[in-house]
Design a protein around this ligand. Structure first.
Ligand code: ZN
Ligand code: ZN
Ligand code: ZN
Length: 593
């Protein structure tokens, strides 16, 4: 419109009706379908399952939402997942009773099997020390292994959960390394950990009980000063550079002095941040002396360093939290990689005869992974890197307060986005900062098998031909992670005593309770309604889109959208009708609608 006003002399040409340009301007049918599905909370890439009723022999194709956690993959599913997270955090935060479900004691049948299994294991080991020919030994070990396999199958039929032993038997000689012990000496109080997981309650005025909890933010230390918007109330404080930056300033988050900014440490801290968080929770539990529970998420700060927000159930003294943060570190017991020995464009080369990477000039083989680890056994060896926690901010949160609700939204705000999504650089300065950090990440080793070890004169673990340093495909090196590859959402085991699937089931039964007065369950919106018939009644298999009984995705989407619209209308009517009967307090807000 404004263009027409600005240039009245040259009328904007409308594309000729029927021309290619005209056709290109029309909205795409597939976009319309996707938009409608998203607006109605219908999964945009549902899986088709073929359900066979073993009683009648009838088969039917049913839809299952894809369950993606990232909005770029499927917005409705990611949004639904986020709402369940919110519900999970809300339910667990101020629990008054222990959520722990104690597992049943194993029965005598199970114990008897495990006992036999123990004898077999002993027998197998003993075969190594009995005099016999190698062939005899191999044959006898194979016999024992067959017996073990049979027994494991019998164990799998019992009520025992999890595996008794690792899946694969590792026949390589064990490397005796003391890294575990060396990890473990933070200067902190160490108390035996009480199994209690709920916080203390305090009685207040008028017989009210307070059950305070906390919200903590864990941040990495400084890698150099960055431009910051520092607001204290109405006052904007000057940044390190002397200026006062607005909240949307282009330089925010970028180093004040890019040449002295410690990109190497910034990159390594990102890579190992997940482990630092693990150590932190171990330390918290030991120092506090009870089984502290948490639920939170990892986000990127504007300076592109990961940090984490956690809801903690119960309270801990702020001073103790600060002390734990200061004493928390993770040691990386890898060969040293302080300096690049070879440039990315002139890396060591593979020598077929020696089956090793060699120096391109001298043809001398590089140190092997095993040799490098052996060197770490020397008494005076030091870890290649120590990642530490920086700051901790903690505040108390009162149960059921507006503050609690706001904090839950805050923690879950970005969980449907890729880590780097909300820290996407906008200005040139921010782009340069992002690129520089990514460049650092692309030459650091991400794991013992990373090709980048070659740059530091070490052959990676499990070395083979065809490794290209600087081109490792590990997630650490990707722009979408910027080094952090741990889990985004961290919820401790005994937070709400429920998994997301349990919360989802809770919502379903609530919906069903409402609909009971208004409308019967229909298969379109609740495929699990028949679960009561016993889990064995239906057999499920994944149906492929090209299978003849699977309708095209578009037809399935249209049907799902229609079903959802009708269902929601029914739900609204039923809700009005049963409003009086359903108590407002026990309706989960994150309704799976
Ligand atoms: Zn989906
Ligand atoms: Zn500044
Ligand atoms: Zn790598």
């Amino acid at each position: 419109m404004s263009q027409l006003e600005l240039v009245p002399t040259t009328p904007v040409e409308q594309p000729r009706p029927g021309s290619r340009a005209d056709r290109m301007r029309k909205p795409l049918a597939k976009d319309a379908l996707k938009q409608l599905a998203e607006e109605n909370g219908v999964c945009v890439r549902p899986l088709a399952l073929r359900r066979t009723d073993t009683a009648t022999g009838l088969t039917e194709v049913v839809e299952v939402p894809c369950g993606a956690t990232l909005a770029v993959k499927c917005k409705p599913c990611a949004e639904r997942g986020r709402r369940l997270r919110i519900q999970q955090i809300r339910e667990g935060w101020h629990l008054a009773d222990e959520p722990a479900v104690r597992p049943d004691k194993p029965g005598e049948d199970v114990l008897a099997l495990v006992r036999v299994r123990a004898h077999l294991e002993f027998e197998r080991e003993a075969l190594h020390y009995q005099p016999m020919t190698p062939d005899e030994r191999a044959a006898q070990i194979a016999d024992v292994d067959a017996a073990i396999a049979e027994l494991d199958e019998a164990l799998a039929e019992t009520s025992l959960r999890g595996h008794l032993t690792p899946k694969e038997r590792d026949e390589r000689p064990r490397r005796k390394r003391s890294t575990r012990r060396r990890q473990d000496s933070p200067d902190l109080p160490r108390l035996p950990v009480d199994p209690r997981t709920v916080g203390r309650a305090y009685s207040g005025k008028a017989g009210k009980t307070h059950r305070p909890s906390m919200l903590v933010t864990l941040t990495l230390g400084s890698h150099g000063p960055v431009h910051s918007h520092l607001r204290r109330g109405a006052y904007v404080a000057p940044c390190e550079c002397g200026q006062r930056h607005g909240p949307y300033d282009d330089v925010l988050g970028t180093p004040v002095d890019p040449t002295s900014y410690d990109y190497r440490r910034a990159a390594l801290d990102s890579i190992h941040f997940a482990r630092v968080l693990d150590r932190w929770w171990q330390n918290v539990r030991r120092a506090a002396g009870w089984n502290v529970q948490y639920a939170g998420a990892v986000e990127l700060q504007r300076r592109l360093a990961p940090h984490a927000h956690f809801a903690i159930r119960g309270t801990l003294p702020r001073r103790l939290l600060k002390q734990i943060a200061a004493a928390t570190y993770h040691q990386v017991w890898w060969p040293r990689f302080d300096e690049l020995v070879y440039p990315v464009d002139k890396p060591p080369v593979w020598d077929v005869d020696q089956q090793a990477y060699v120096d391109p000039k001298t043809r001398e083989p590089l140190t092997t992974w095993g040799e490098a680890l052996d060197a770490l056994e020397e008494p005076d060896s030091r870890p290649a890197y120590v990642a530490r926690l920086g700051r901790i901010d903690a505040r108390g949160i009162e149960q059921g307060s507006k503050d609690a609700e706001r904090s839950i939204r805050y923690v879950t705000k970005y969980v449907t986005k890729d880590l780097t999504d909300q820290a996407r650089p906008r200005s040139d300065a921010q782009k340069a900062h992002f690129d520089r950090l990514h460049a650092e990440l692309s030459v650091l080793p991400c794991s013992p098998t990373c090709a980048n070890w070659l740059l530091y004169g070490v052959q990676p673990d499990g070395v083979k031909a065809g490794l290209t340093p600087g081109r490792c495909t590990g997630k650490v090196h990707q722009r979408s992670t910027l080094g952090f590859t741990g889990r985004r959402v961290l919820v401790s085991r005994q937070w709400s005593g429920k998994t997301l699937a349990d919360h989802r089931a809770d919502n379903r039964s609530w919906v069903r309770a409402i609909l009971a007065g208004g409308m019967a369950d229909t298969p379109e919106h609740d495929q699990t309604a028949d679960e009561t018939d016993g889990p064995k009644r239906y057999r499920f298999e994944l149906a492929r889109p090209e299978d003849p009984d699977v309708p095209p995705l578009e037809h399935r989407l249209l049907r799902a959208i229609s079903a959802r619209i009708r269902w929601r209308a029914d739900l609204d009517t039923a809700r009005l009708r049963t409003a009086a009967a359903v108590s407002a307090t026990d309706q989960p807000a994150a309704l799976a609608a």
